[in-house]
Ligand binder design. Structure first.
Ligand code: ZN
Length: 245
């Protein structure tokens, strides 16, 4: 175990009010490509840039192309929670972790067993009819050959926040409260360049800020502990040092 992970272990042992804030890097270890990194989606070439396809106006004007891209590139039905998700679920069971705030839409924190998950960008596992609000599973989207339709004829839309759409303010305010109440804030798998991640850090008033990311972030100088390695490995190793109740 590295010196940094050893320090993380001590922080986890000493705190009973940990909040985790995670970005795309949490899911890359489950085989889900990072949306914005160099080897992620944005460097691939399509008829339109992904930012355009994944916008509300494109969804409305080119629904079938949107769904096609979304199904092929954003849905990962075979992805399983990795060591990071599992360690966080365990920390919640131990009563130490109070909330997971995520920018990912893959639903893997919920699948891993975390109860208090605040999904800032929504979840691909939830889908609803735009006309009657009926909810549908992700299988409906996967199995549809063209535009997924409700039995009422309405279009079924994934409950994910598209470009040009506002974040859910109730989720946002719960996330801010969780960060403000936290004693320890662990930020993982994000370079903190993108709104709202960067702003979220400013609400933290607790004792330890921990950053776990493979590369440097703009906030490294503010952190009490910076770990530049795999988030799954770091959390898993640190968790194993906590005595079971
Ligand atoms: Zn409907």
């Amino acid at each position: 175990m590295s010196k940094e992970v050893n320090e993380l272990a001590k922080i986890l042992q000493d705190s009973n009010y940990i909040v985790f804030f995670g970005g795309a890097g949490v899911s890359t270890e489950s085989g889900i490509p990072d949306f914005r990194s160099a080897d992620g989606l944005y460097s691939e070439s399509y008829a339109y840039p992904p930012e355009t396809i994944l916008s509300r106006s494109f969804f409305e004007s080119h629904t079938e192309e949107f769904i096609c891209f979304y199904r092929d590139k954003l849905l990962h039905p075979d992805a399983k929670p990795n060591k990071a998700h599992l360690a966080l679920a365990e920390l919640e069971k131990l009563g130490k972790l109070k909330a997971v705030i995520t920018q990912n839409v893959d639903g893997l924190h919920t699948l891993a067993g975390n109860d208090n998950v605040l999904e800032l960008h929504g979840s691909a596992l939830r889908n609803f009819c735009m006309s009657c609000n009926e909810s549908y599973s992700v299988e409906t989207i996967i199995q549809s050959t063209k535009i997924p339709r409700c039995s009422c004829g309405g279009i079924i839309k994934p409950d994910v926040v598209l470009f040009e759409e506002a974040l859910d303010q109730s989720v946002m305010s719960r996330a801010i409260s969780a960060v403000a109440d936290a004693d320890v804030l662990i930020i993982g798998g994000t370079s903190l360049n993108v709104y709202p991640a960067a702003g979220m850090v400013n609400y933290f008033r607790g004792s330890k800020l921990v950053l776990i990311n493979k590369s440097k972030t703009a906030y490294d100088g503010y952190a009490d502990l910076v770990i530049n390695e795999s988030i799954g490995k770091a959390l898993d190793e640190a968790l194993k040092t906590i005595p079971l109740p």
